[in-house]
Design a protein around this ligand. Structure first.
Ligand code: 5GP
Ligand code: ZN
Length: 142
């Protein structure tokens, strides 16, 4: 499936040029135009899915192993010391391009803390409510 108005569909298909690190029948991995760190890479499926909730399981099964290989190659090639895999779903979560993609963000010792949050606390009421509601939904979907 393809969305004619989607820029990542066009990049993944090679219709818009990109700095491509890797390509196979299912995916294209490109350098992000606004990198969070040196080597920031995006893995784009060639088929259009809006986000993780729409990604076919056959593609989902392949994308994480590919992320591991690309992360290792970035560490080896650029001297990075680790990497984050980030994936945003929905505008509220920071997704700006509604075509599923994985961010592979190389991290360098002593570098900026790019992916972080301030830990809150989990109340007993929230814990019980969340476990009850979410486990119920997941169980009903088999
Ligand atoms: P999101 O916020 O949707 O998770 O991530 C979108 C990412 O795509 C951003 O990091 C942004 O810099 C990158 N991006 C947006 N448009 C283009 C483009 O045309 N080419 C490339 N290579 N990256 C893009
Ligand atoms: Zn698309």
């Amino acid at each position: 499936m393809r969305d004619e108005n989607c820029i990542f569909c066009k990049i993944a298909a090679g219709e818009i040029p990109s700095a491509t690190l890797y390509e196979d029948g299912d995916f294209r991995a490109i350098l992000d135009l606004g990198p969070a760190s040196k080597g920031h890479t995006l893995i784009l499926p060639k088929q259009h899915s809006r986000d993780l909730t729409q990604l076919p399981e056959s593609e989902a099964a392949k994308v994480l192993p590919l992320a591991g290989k690309i992360g290792a190659a970035l560490c080896s090639a650029l001297g990075a010391d680790g990497f984050n895999v980030v994936q945003n779903n929905g505008a509220a979560a920071g997704q700006t391009v509604p075509h599923f993609h994985l961010h592979i963000i190389p991290r360098y010792e002593g570098g900026e803390n790019i992916v972080s949050w301030t830990p809150g606390s989990l109340s007993e009421d929230d814990r019980d409510m969340i476990v009850s509601k979410v486990s119920g939904i997941l169980a009903s979907k088999g």
